[in-house]
Design a protein around this ligand. Structure first.
Ligand SMILES: Nc1nc2c(c(=O)[nH]1)N[C@H]1C(S)=C(S)[C@@H](COP(=O)(O)O)O[C@H]1N2
Ligand SMILES: [Mo]
Length: 533
């Protein structure tokens, strides 16, 4: 005998959607209770990020920029909703099939959560509980989909007469049988939606307990002073031209690029940094121990390898940290080691050349940015910053572990996905203003250029096919920051193409050969098309 439901598809789909909503809510609640970042949706999203091919990831970064995570989470919800509606329709054949589909989905979530690099044993629970709650909801709502008037008679008929009789149930499948009690269905759906909202909100609220705002405030209250404070920035670092990137990027405007769907909340009181691998003496430093070391202050500009020519993924800050070289010297790097494989609290990795970190540049385990503890999004409590290297090979946020090793033995997150193992920053320049429209006549053109560790010696600007004209350069505190530039030009009315190019202090001018960001950084001159009216 079959329990095929006669409920219309829309009602079955609605039941599936309600079940999924309850599942997501209950999963979020369980994740909030357990703590950490074990929400099933976030876990599935994280796994999707790690498993998706690099072309897809690059496309997402290029298309959605810093909104890529919001788009991904939104996409996951859409997929869940479509699947859930499908599971509901499947449950018409047999409610058990729908329940099974939900359970399989829960196992996928549990697998995603368990295989996250920072997973704990408990992290499978939210997904499993979510699946159970979803399955239970599906059954309950399907009970409300039974045809009310004739349900009892069919059962009695089937039970009291095991063999098909003059009046087999199928004969009853007329109009009356298709009648569902809509009021009962909608009450069930509303109850499910209520449960979903309450559990989901409670989960989000409980999850908020993990945030480290209070710990950040403690660090802020006792921020150590640098051993040799830098002089204040020269007055001439910033032309203060409207729409030109300010010399110091405020923390809240600083670009953010990482794979973390839920920001790691790392408590500095339990944080530690392990230095191990090819070293004479492995070290483990607590946050307090790190801050007792000589503190270095450095102005340096971070750049993302994914930044397209003219793009926004570059920012400059004054950092406070501890020299990586000093810590590594204390550990004693063994001969033959050429790579520092750093790992973040959420399991992301970067491989940094040893020689780069040890050559005297200001490579830091940084804990403050522009006078305040690192924002959580930028690596609180400790991250690496290395002048002259793209972030993906150097700037590990929430860093907890440095394995001293060899490039021929280890690979890192992005190098496993096709990007170059070593990522020195390429000399680049960008036009910030104007970007599209301006008035004919005298115009201020301005932008930034960078060649970290070398310094910018010259920026030139060209209007259409005219001659290259040298721009005026702002002052800089050193070679590790970007440098503002500006030039006044006369523009006739109509369309114009502005181009710029930088020459670094070694005398090398950036190449005009176009290259995409992958595998080791975009090249080509930045050009903007301007309409003067
Ligand atoms: N833990 C962790 N650290 C990370 C990343 C990441 O995905 N996870 N991304 C890196 C990349 S690609 C860049 S460009 C810089 C960006 O640093 P920001 O977000 O502070 O600007 O962080 C680096 N550090
Ligand atoms: Mo990056």
């Amino acid at each position: 005998m079959t329990s095929r439901s006669t409920a219309p598809s829309w009602a079955a789909a609605l039941a599936g959607l309600t079940a999924a909503a309850v599942a997501v809510g209950v999963g979020q609640l369980a994740a909030g209770v357990i703590g950490g970042d074990s929400s099933p949706v976030v876990a599935v999203g994280g796994a999707a990020v790690d498993l998706s091919p690099s072309w897809l990831k690059n496309w997402a970064i290029a298309t959605f920029g810093e909104n890529d995570k919001t788009v991904l989470i939104g996409g996951i919800f859409v997929v869940i909703a479509l699947l859930a509606a499908g599971f509901g329709v499947l449950a018409r054949i047999r409610v058990g099939y729908g329940r099974l589909a939900l359970l399989v989905f829960g196992v996928v979530g549990a697998w995603a959560a368990a295989t996250r690099p920072d997973a704990g044993m408990l992290d499978v629970l939210p997904s499993l509980l979510a699946a159970w709650a979803g399955a239970a909801t599906l059954s309950r709502i399907f009970r409300r989909l039974e045809p009310v008037e004739v349900a009892e008679p069919i059962r009695e008929t089937a039970e009291s007469h095991p063999a098909p009789l003059e009046q087999p149930p199928v004969m009853l499948a007329g109009d009356r049988l298709r009648t569902i009690d809509r009021r009962s269905l909608f009450t069930g759906v509303a109850t499910g939606a209520g449960v979903a909202v309450v559990t989901g909100a409670a989960g989000v609220w409980l999850g908020g307990r993990n945030d480290v705002a209070a710990e950040r405030a403690q660090v802020a209250a006792a921020l150590p002073k640098p051993a040799k404070p830098l002089p204040p920035l020269p007055a001439g670092v910033d032309f203060k031209i409207p729409n030109l990137a300010p010399f110091v990027t405020p923390n809240h405007d600083f670009y953010r690029v990482d794979t973390a769907l839920a920001l790691p909340n790392v408590d500095p009181n339990t944080w530690s940094l392990k230095i191990h691998g090819m070293v004479e003496r492995p070290i483990e430093l607590s946050f307090a121990e790190l801050l007792k070391r000589p503190i270095v202050e450095a102005d340096l500009t971070l750049t993302c390898v994914s930044n397209p020519v003219g793009g926004p993924y570059v920012g400059n800050a004054r950092w406070l940290g501890v020299a990586m070289a000093g810590v590594l010297r204390e550990a004693g790097i063994k001969a033959g080691a050429d790579m520092l494989l750093s790992t973040s609290a959420d399991g992301w990795t970067a491989g940094t050349p040893v020689e780069v970190v040890m050559d005297g540049r200001d490579a830091l385990f940084a804990f403050a940015m522009n006078g305040e503890p690192l924002p959580v999004a930028h690596g609180f409590p400790v991250r690496q910053v290395v002048p002259g290297l793209y972030g993906y090979v150097s700037a590990t946020k929430w860093v907890v572990d440095v394995n001293v090793t060899r490039f021929d033995q280890e690979t890192a997150y992005w190098t496993d996905r096709g990007w170059d193992a070593k990522g020195p920053i390429k000399t680049q320049s960008r036009i910030d203003t104007p970007r599209n429209k301006t008035k004919p006549g005298r115009n201020v053109i301005a932008g930034v250029a960078w060649a970290q560790t070398k310094g910018i010696a010259k920026v030139e600007v060209k209007v259409d096919d005219g001659p290259w004209q040298e721009a005026r350069l702002a002052e800089v505190p050193g070679p590790d920051t970007w440098r503002q530039w500006t030039i006044d030009v006369d523009l006739t009315s109509g369309l114009h193409t502005l181009s710029c190019r930088a020459t670094d202090a070694t005398g090398e001018t950036q190449t005009n050969r176009g290259a995409p960001p992958e595998p080791n950084g975009a090249t080509g001159y930045h050009r903007v098309l301007i309409e003067t009216t």
